[in-house]
Design a protein around this ligand. Structure first.
Ligand SMILES: NC(=O)c1ccc[n+]([C@@H]2O[C@H](COP(=O)([O-])OP(=O)(O)OC[C@H]3O[C@@H](n4cnc5c(N)ncnc54)[C@H](O)[C@@H]3O)[C@@H](O)[C@H]2O)c1
Length: 357
């Protein structure tokens, strides 16, 4: 696929890692955008040592990063989607920067730890590269609607936020080599959304993780997780967030409940790409609204627009916000099961976002 813009050189998507995220999420979104005319049709370049055969007609395999860069009109015209496993990211970024690549969309998590993520971001920064971390829920139409309602004061002053992301994940949990804790699965999305909505500084007040238990086997920390946050610095607003992810739930659910001094909003996010609709309701004031919502596609569209100079960075993609979320997740991970108050995280002043809460 070649993304053209009048008077500017084209942008070419390069997907590095053509597994579930690269093929089923990123390429799917790029194709959807091409179909609706937001991006012209064409091929993506694919770098993945294990996926040479059986690619769709609109994916062209190249053997390595250097060949991908050489196939571009100019090295900085590629938008590199880094969708390979997290441990490969730093080395891949290093190689691509050395070859002249400058634009990246990076899957979550950015790195294994906040310290490694800082290293990755510093590397991109020092080369003058632009890097957009995946920020799915901040790009959601449900979130946009919710922010509008909060700004209009529809529930008064926000007091508490609860975000639940539940799903049955027994089979994947039992043979999951990529994740060691429920804090790494749905929770990164939940923490980022809480910070996007209710802002930083933010303090971790409690956390917990629990095992995935079946009659004959037990996987520590993969059954679920909970994180409690307090937003606002000393003397701040003190909005509290409770984030829960039950990976033994019999039902899939992505539900947000925001309670204010004068009411409550309940929102449901889409539970998968197969039905791109969310729902939202201001309790006691109106019946539920159904909202078309394809946040990942929206994020990718906004990322390309921003790379073309046609719009701002997509919401929630400020690297400092991601680092703040990762600091909180690291602290919860280090604290282990049933932890009490642990730490506070702050986004540097220049990029501080107070959120909508
Ligand atoms: N699976 C999901 O639903 C999902 C959703 C969102 C984000 N993610 C994130 O995306 C990343 C990948 O997850 P996945 O589920 O797609 O994994 P996956 O195992 O399905 O795919 C990873 C692909 O990367 C390839 N690969 C490995 N090393 C590579 C390298 N150095 N260069 C190029 N390709 C390489 C592998 O051959 C494989 O095809 C993870 O960080 C994950 O957290 C996954």
């Amino acid at each position: 696929m070649t993304v053209r813009h009048p008077g500017r050189p084209p942008l070419v998507p390069v997907i590095v890692g053509y597994g579930r995220a690269g093929r089923d999420l990123h390429h799917h979104s790029l194709r959807t955008l091409a179909e609706k005319g937001a991006l012209p049709t064409g091929q993506v370049l694919v770098v993945d040592p294990a996926r040479r055969d059986g690619l769709p007609h609109d994916a062209r395999w190249v053997p390595d990063l250097a060949t991908a860069v050489a196939a571009l009109p100019e090295p900085d015209r590629g938008v590199f989607h880094l969708t390979m496993p997290v441990d490969q990211r730093l080395q891949t970024l290093r190689e691509l920067l050395a070859a002249g690549a400058r634009r990246f969309i990076v899957e979550k998590p950015l790195a294994r730890s906040a310290a490694q993520a800082r290293q990755l971001l510093a590397l991109a920064d020092s080369a003058g590269a632009e890097l957009i971390p995946m920020s799915v829920w901040p790009s959601s139409a449900v979130t946009k609607e919710l922010v509008g309602l909060l700004r209009a004061g529809r529930v008064g002053r926000p007091r508490s936020l609860r975000i639940e992301q539940h799903k049955p994940r027994f089979r994947r949990g039992l043979d999951d080599a990529a994740h060691s804790s429920a804090l790494q699965i749905e929770m990164p999305h939940q923490v980022l959304l809480a910070l996007h909505l209710c802002g930083t500084p933010c303090r971790l007040s409690a956390s917990d993780v629990w095992p995935l238990t079946l009659p004959d086997v037990r996987r520590p920390a993969l059954g679920g997780a909970r994180i409690d946050l307090v937003h606002g610095g000393p003397g701040g607003e003190g909005v509290t967030s409770t984030l829960v992810s039950d990976l033994t739930s019999p039902v899939r659910m992505r539900r947000l409940r925001l309670t204010g001094t004068e009411g409550e909003i309940v929102a449901h996010y889409p539970t998968g790409g197969d039905d791109p609709y969310g729902q939202l309701r201001v309790m006691g004031q109106e019946s539920r609204r159904v909202i078309p919502d394809a946040p990942l596609t929206r994020l990718i569209e906004d990322a390309y627009r921003s790379y073309l100079g046609d719009g701002p960075r997509p919401p929630g993609t400020d690297p400092a916000l991601h680092l703040a979320a990762m600091d909180l997740l690291d602290a919860a991970g280090a604290a282990g099961p049933k932890a009490g108050a642990v730490m506070e995280t702050t986004v540097p002043h220049r990029s501080r976002k107070t959120g909508s809460c």
